[in-house]
Write a protein that binds this ligand. Structure first.
Ligand code: FES
Ligand SMILES: [Fe+2]
Length: 386
């Protein structure tokens, strides 16, 4: 449900039939392995919030496809990331998913090669001498790590990583939310039986909205019209001239945020512009691994991770100002219930979509005019694979 570029004042719909991606892109394990290599190991990938590693020596271990990555804070509090693999004979280093290291050392459980928290080899227990061995040649395999507003991303090809900001559709869109200062009040995690691209394709169109999201379509008039944006409507000029409330941009009259009654759960973020308040939801995406939505009273991030060709992990988090969460009467889970239902509705559709793709007759489908953003996403996937 991306917002189109405000400068694009033209009709956004596809005027020619565009084929979808081939079905095997969603089912074939060999194709999935190629996507891991070309997409997931070559882009910035969101892993967790900065606050999830809350002090020196805190660590987390993440699986990304077949790769296992160790993220930690060194003694100075700086984030460091490495492949969780020893430089001796390649053993796994850290076996726990998260925790706090006992000292400022990473020691391999196999033959005790020991590294400091910058990944430099410090010690290898042996009684012999090898004149040509240089510890400096055996640092841990480094992974790039960067922080965007408290969201931590990793990149498996540090030498080829462009600045993280360039990986967003527009990284400044949520500046007025001061996301780094927000705290997670609620988390919803779900494993979906679908390919990761199915989830993004669903995100990138609203043809399904009136049918699947009746509550949300009452809050967002355009969603009820099968549109994401004003310019998705071939008659947009006439509808906007007439000020038709059915085609109003942003939220419906009297609705202020995404909630059951359209009313906010807390005071507005203080620095929002009148346009940001009027719009009611502002999206910022970092394909392939996450997007964030800012509402007037809370923000929501959604993380997407492939677990296999037909399995995807989705983790949604609701972010609030610390003072909102400090109020003992505040119930973040209650606030989260509305969008959780939307995520569940989308998840069910994504799983149905995946299941249907198994037909031996279905080699590919065809996009409708309103699916211009699905088309852009699919083109992005193909560009990455080429
Ligand atoms: S594999 Fe790590 S010390 Fe031998
Ligand atoms: Fe949806």
């Amino acid at each position: 449900m991306a917002q189109s570029d405000e400068r694009n004042q033209e009709y956004t719909g596809l005027t020619r039939v565009e084929p979808t991606l081939p079905t095997r892109f969603y089912l074939d394990p060999d194709h999935h392995a190629l996507e891991l290599q070309r997409i997931w190991y070559r882009n910035w990938i969101y892993v967790c919030r900065a606050s999830d590693l809350d002090g020196p020596r805190a660590f987390r271990v993440f699986d990304l496809g077949s790769q296992q990555i160790l993220l930690l804070r060194d003694e100075g509090g700086e984030l460091q990331a490495f492949h969780n693999t020893c430089r001796h004979r390649g053993s796994t280093l850290i076996q726990k998913a998260e925790g706090c290291l006992r000292n400022a050392r990473i020691t391999c459980p196999y033959h005790s090669w020991t590294y400091d928290l910058q990944g430099r080899l410090q010690r290898r227990p042996t009684r012999g001498e090898q004149a040509d061995f240089d510890k400096a040649d055996y640092s841990l395999y480094d992974v790039a790590v960067a922080d965007w507003n408290g969201f931590i991303f990793i990149h498996l090809e540090p030498e080829n990583a462009a600045p993280l900001e360039t990986a967003f559709d527009a990284s400044h869109l949520l500046d007025n939310w001061h996301l780094a200062e927000l705290q997670v009040g609620h988390t919803h995690t779900r494993t979906l039986a679908c390919n990761w691209k199915i989830f993004w394709e669903n995100f990138n169109e609203c043809l399904h909205c009136p049918n699947l999201h009746p509550s949300l379509s009452r809050i967002v008039p355009l969603y009820k019209q099968y549109f994401m944006e004003v310019h998705d409507d071939p008659e947009w000029q006439a509808h906007q001239r007439e000020g038709d409330p059915l085609y109003k941009a942003g939220l419906a009259e009297g609705k202020e945020t995404w909630s059951a009654d359209g009313l906010p759960c807390a005071e507005y973020f203080p620095d929002l512009s009148p346009e940001e308040i009027e719009r009611g939801h502002t999206y910022c995406e970092n394909t392939p691994s996450m997007f964030v939505v800012g509402h007037v009273d809370y923000a929501r991030s959604v993380q997407i991770l492939p677990l296999g060709p037909e399995q995807t992990l989705i983790q949604a988090q609701w972010l609030f100002r610390p003072e909102v969460l400090q109020n003992p009467d505040f119930d973040a889970a209650e606030v989260a219930a509305f969008a959780t239902q939307v995520i569940e509705e989308d998840g069910a559709a994504a799983e149905l979509n995946q299941k249907g793709l198994h037909s031996i007759r279905h080699e590919r489908g065809a996009l409708m005019p309103e699916e211009y953003a699905v088309h852009s996403f699919q083109r992005w996937v193909k560009d990455q694979l080429d």
